[in-house]
Write a protein of this length. Sequence first.
Length: 132
Amino acid sequence: VPPAANFDVRKLGPRNKYGWFITDFHMHGGRAIMYTHLFAITGGTVSSIGSIPADYNDAGACGTVGQGCSDYSFKLAVDSVSSTRTFYPLVLRLSGWRKGKPLNHTYRIPFDSASLKYLIPRNMPDEFKPLE
């Protein structure tokens, strides 16, 4: 279980819809990967509604960031001005370095009402393919 500092509660939708944000960190093979796992009440029960990338670096496996290594992070925001009946879209701002090249991109992640999840866009860096 992550420490208490890794837990947060935020408003995720209209009519007082809140969600739990839990940051989880994994390290393997010199690579450090962090996700924010989202949970909310859907259908009367607490459910996972997605796992959103937070941070990645491979300095332990690669060496120096400017020489072909990766070190980047995402800033997560909730687009609470969007009109929706379910959950607000998320906005991820990506910055850092990937394989020695600068990164700067913004992703908008809508909530998918059919699957009841936030789905990772297909054009995310390969390190953040969907967990589910």
